[in-house]
Design a protein around this ligand. Structure first.
Ligand code: PEP
Ligand code: MG
Length: 325
C-alpha cells in the first residue's frame, strides 16, 4: 500500500465523483518542507512558527527569522503559505522564557502573549511579510483568538509591519491574507462578526477538542477522554462548516483529525474542502478520498452525528473503510 500511496501523490485529490479537496502540509521543521512540491499538495496550510523558537536557546532575531521564513516560502515553489504567529504557552514552553501559572492551557498562550509583547509580534510579522516578497502568497494565521478585539489589534500590527516593509523596499507589497485559528469554542458563536474581519478561518481540532470537552490534551490520566470523535465535537465541526459556508467564509482544518482516514470521511461529508496535515498522511488521505463519493461521506456523517459515543462513531467509520477493501 505504501508504494501505492506514494504514487497517489502525483494525482490531484478529488473524490470519486469529482469533488476537489485541497491537501496542504503542516510544517514547522524543515523536514516537512520537501513534500510541498508534490503535485497534489496545494501549499503549506499551517507553518507552526513556534517550533524553531522551541529548538533555539534564544528568541530568534528578525534577521534569523527572515532567513528561516524565506527558506520555508521558497520551498513552497510558488504555492501559498499560511504562517501562524508564535503559539507558545500551554503545551509549548520556551526554556528561555519561563511562564509559571496554575492553568497554562487557560492562560498566557498564543496571541494573548504576543499582543502583550508587540515588539516580538512586530518583528515576526515583519520577517514573515518580507520573506514572502517575490516568493509566496502569504496568509497570516492568529492562534488562540478568543475575542474580536484580539483580531483588530493584530490587524493593526500587521498593517504597521506592512507599511514599514513597503517603506524600506520603496514599493508596494501584496498584503497578506489574515485568518484566525478556530480553536476556542466560543468563537463558533461569533462567526458572523469574525467573517467581517478576516479572510479565512482554520479549525484547530486539537485545541477545539480540549476546550469543548474540558480535557487537557497532554495529561495521560485523562487521555481516554480526549477524543475528537465525540459526537459533540463532530457536531461543533459540522456547525463550523455549515455556518462558514452560509457566510461565504473560507475555512479549512489543520488539527490532527485532518490527517486521520476515519475522520476525513466525516470532514469531507461536513463540507471541508481544505485539509492540512502532517506530510506522512498525505498519500493515504489522497488514496482514500479518490475512492469515495461525496454523497457516501455525507451519509456516513449523518449516521455518525446520531451516535451516542466516540466508540460508536469509530465503529461506523471503520466499517465504512473496510467496505472499501
Ligand atoms: C490545533 O490546536 O488543532 C492546532 C492545529 O494547533 P496546535 O496543535 O499547534 O495547538
Ligand atoms: Mg492549537
Amino acid at each position: 500500500r505504501e508504494t501505492q500511496f506514494t504514487e497517489e501523490m502525483a494525482k490531484p485529490c478529488c473524490s470519486f465523483d469529482g469533488q476537489r479537496v485541497g491537501l496542504f502540509v503542516n510544517a514547522g521543521l524543515s523536514g516537512a518542507l520537501a513534500d510541498v512540491a508534490s503535485p497534489s499538495v496545494g501549499g503549506i496550510g499551517l507553518y507552526r512558527s513556534e517550533i524553531p523558537f522551541m529548538l533555539h536557546s534564544h528568541f530568534l532575531t528578525e534577521s534569523e527569522q527572515l532567513i528561516l521564513y524565506k527558506k520555508v516560502m521558497r520551498s513552497a515553489k510558488g504555492k501559498p503559505v499560511t504562517m501562524r504567529t508564535l503559539d507558545v504557552g500551554g503545551d509549548k514552553p520556551l526554556a528561555y522564557f519561563p511562564i509559571v501559572e496554575s492553568n497554562p492551557f487557560l492562560g498566557w498562550r498564543g496571541i494573548r502573549l504576543t499582543l502583550d509583547h508587540p515588539e516580538m509580534l512586530l518583528i515576526q510579522l515583519r520577517a514573515m511579510i518580507k520573506a514572502s516578497v517575490g516568493n509566496a502568497a502569504l496568509s497570516i494565521l492568529l492562534p488562540m483568538v478568543s475575542n474580536l478585539k484580539e483580531i483588530e489589534r493584530s490587524q493593526g500590527y500587521i498593517a504597521q509591519a506592512l507599511q514599514e516593509i513597503e517603506q524600506e523596499l520603496g514599493r508596494p507589497v501584496v498584503p497578506p491574507k489574515i485568518g484566525i485559528m478556530l480553536e476556542i469554542p466560543a468563537m463558533i458563536f461569533q462567526l458572523p462578526q469574525i467573517s467581517r474581519l478576516v479572510d479565512f478561518i482554520s479549525v484547530g481540532s486539537n485545541d477545539l477538542t480540549q476546550y469543548l470537552l474540558a480535557v487537557d490534551r497532554s495529561n495521560p490520566a485523562v487521555s481516554e477522554l480526549f477524543d475528537s470523535y465525540h459526537p459533540a465535537v463532530l457536531t461543533a465541526l459540522a456547525e463550523i462548516a455549515r455556518i462558514s459556508n452560509s457566510l461565504n467564509l473560507e475555512f479549512s482544518i489543520c488539527g490532527e483529525l485532518a490527517g486521520e482516514p476515519l475522520a476525513v470521511m466525516l470532514l469531507v461529508g461536513m463540507g471541508y474542502r481544505q485539509l492540512s496535515m502532517n506530510p506522512g498522511n498525505l498519500g493515504r488521505i489522497n488514496y482514500l478520498i479518490r475512492r469515495l463519493n461525496t454523497q457516501e461521506m455525507e451519509q456516513l456523517l449523518e449516521s455518525a452525528l446520531l451516535c451516542q459515543s466516540a466508540y460508536q462513531v469509530r465503529g461506523l467509520c471503520i466499517e465504512k473503510l473496510e467496505s472499501l477493501g
